[in-house]
Every structure is written in C-alpha cells, then in structure tokens.
Write a protein that binds this ligand. Structure first.
Ligand code: SAM
Length: 293
C-alpha cells in the first residue's frame, strides 16, 4: 500500500494512508486528535510510572530487539517506554495525535509513523513480533474486525498486548449505578465542541477524580485496603492531576466506547487463534497478553 502523502514533522516522516471506510468513528478520532494535542507533555518519569500498570505482564524478551506495532498510538507514550529495547517500532493512528507522537519521539531513529487505521494497515501480513494496542479497540465500531486485522499482521508465536474496557462485571450494583449515571454525562459532554468539553472535563477531574482518589488513599492509609479498592477512581490515588485531567477528557469526551466481558474477550482471542491468554490481575481492567499460534 502506497501513502497518498508524506510530510516531515519534527525530523520524522509521516506517511498518510486512506482512512475512509476503515472501521473508525470520525467524531471519536477527531476528539482524540484534540485530546492528545492538549496532553502532549509527558515526562519520562510519568510515562515510566503509569507504564508499569500496563506492562506488568510483558517480559523484556517480548520486546527486546523486536519489530513492534503500536496500533492507535495516541501521543506515542507507550512507544517511548519501550523504544530503547525494540529494534523498530511502527506507530499508527488515524488522528492528529501522530504529530504529537512525532514530537515526543523525534530523537529516536528506530520509529516510523503512519496516519492510518487498524483496518487498513500498510504492512505486509505477519510482519510484527509484538503488537500493542492499549485503550484502542473498544473505540472502534467493529472491535472484532479490528482484532482480526491486527492479528493478520502478527507473526506466528508473536505476542499481542491489549487494554480493552471491561464491562464492570466484578463490581457492585452501586458502582454500576454510578457508572451508568456517568455514562449519561459522557453522552452529553462528548457531543460538545472541544473547548467547552475540555473545560467541563477539567472541572470533573478537579471536583470528582481528585477528591475521590485522595479519599481512597486516606482510607488505605487508615488500614482499610479492601474498602479503599472499592471506591470509584481509586486507580488514581497515586497518579498526578495531569493524568486525571487527561483521563477525565478521555472518559467523558469520547463519543464511542464499548465494554466487554472477560469471557467474550477470551472467546474472540481464541477465535483469532491465540493461546496463553493472560489477563493481568491488576487495574486497569482488562489488560492482557496473548500469543498467536
Ligand atoms: C484512548 S487513546 C489511546 C492512545 C494510546 N494507545 C495510549 O494509551 O496512550 C485511543 C486511540 O485510538 C485511536 N483510534 C481510534 N480509532 C482507530 C482505528 N480505527 N485505528 C487505529 N487507531 C484508532 C485514537 O485516535 C486514539 O489516539
């Protein structure tokens, strides 16, 4: 597949491919472009700290000297985390986030960036040793088809690392009720133009994310570990306000999100010929790694 355009940004060549009818939600992709432009200044320390939550199930040898695909790369923060170990990383995203990724990764020569969709990936089949797609395929209209296309680009015995939103199946009725209410707000907020959307999400981060996360930290300090874990937004207890602002915009600003059960995720991975499917026991739910047969 040939790019229809190539541009040089931050000393990086970005190839543009057709993304029409490529199994993506245009308003969601546009919203992510704005989001990553707003949240682009990731310090290495911050990236390394959060990355531990997602890469807890990844071994060094999974990425060391490997050809890697970062599918739905956003700002490119996870590539930055592994870039020194990998042989080469291809980053793909159909949003304007690719410009943010180009800036974040400007000093690395072993990365290439494409403006493309998971459903029209400009690489030959079985090209990659390791594919990571973190927080992406639940934002794609046909998630199963997206997984099929990703799988076709992975070598036999290659590994895939995914983070897919869970359907809260392990949560209490109260937690689910709070979540349902928040989804109504998301439905409304995600339809707003970017500036009011961002302002509202900043307020949500400040008056909901921050106090709840600090409250769960306090409960933990008082010795009630199990209660602390059940408090909504407990995940943010040790995260910076910047991450809370970024994630509030991600959660409330994104028009399309879908949620899946563990059983369903396992089923579609098996259908796509994966073995050794390992879900992390830790948040964020669900992130998992699997090997292609
Ligand atoms: C929540 S962000 C995650 C970004 C990055 N993986 C991270 O965790 O920082 C989701 C990303 O998926 C991208 N995306 C949406 N639809 C896509 C598609 N069809 N193909 C590839 N990426 C897509 C969005 O543009 C966005 O940057």
């Amino acid at each position: 597949m040939k790019p229809y355009l190539s541009v040089r940004v931050w000393q990086k060549k970005i190839n543009f491919f057709n993304i029409e009818n490529a199994n993506l939600d245009n308003s969601t992709v546009a919203s992510f472009g704005n989001e990553w432009e707003a949240f682009s200044d990731f310090e290495d320390e911050e990236i390394n700290f959060i990355a531990k939550d997602y890469f807890d199930i990844v071994n060094d040898e999974d990425v060391e000297n490997k050809i890697v695909l970062d599918a739905g790369c956003g700002s490119g923060r996870w590539t930055k985390y592994i870039v020194n170990k990998a042989k080469h990383v291809e980053l793909v995203d159909p949003s304007e986030a690719i410009f943010v990724a180009a800036k974040l990764l400007k000093k690395f020569s072993n990365v290439s960036i494409s403006h493309a969709s998971i459903d029209q990936l400009p690489f030959k089949d079985e090209h990659f040793d390791f594919i990571m797609s973190l927080g992406v395929i639940h934002h794609i209209p046909n998630m199963e088809l997206a997984l099929k296309h990703l799988t076709s680009k992975l070598k036999k015995d290659g590994k895939i690392l995914l983070y897919i939103y869970y359907n809260l199946e392990n949560r209490s009725i109260i937690y689910k009720a709070i979540f349902t209410i928040s989804s109504v707000f998301r439905f409304l907020i995600s339809k707003l133009p970017f500036t009011p959307k961002k302002i509202i999400c900043e307020i949500i981060a400040l008056i909901i994310y921050y106090p709840l996360s600090k409250f769960s930290k306090l409960i933990l300090k008082l010795g009630f570990k199990n209660i602390s874990k059940k408090i909504p937004l407990e995940y943010y207890k040790d995260k910076s306000i910047m991450i809370m602002r970024n994630d509030a915009l991600d959660r409330f600003g994104t028009p399309l999100e879908q949620r899946f059960s563990k059983k369903y995720i396992e089923e579609i991975l098996k259908k796509n010929n994966y073995k050794d499917i390992t879900f992390s026991k830790h948040k964020p739910y669900y992130h998992l790694i699997a090997t292609k047969r």
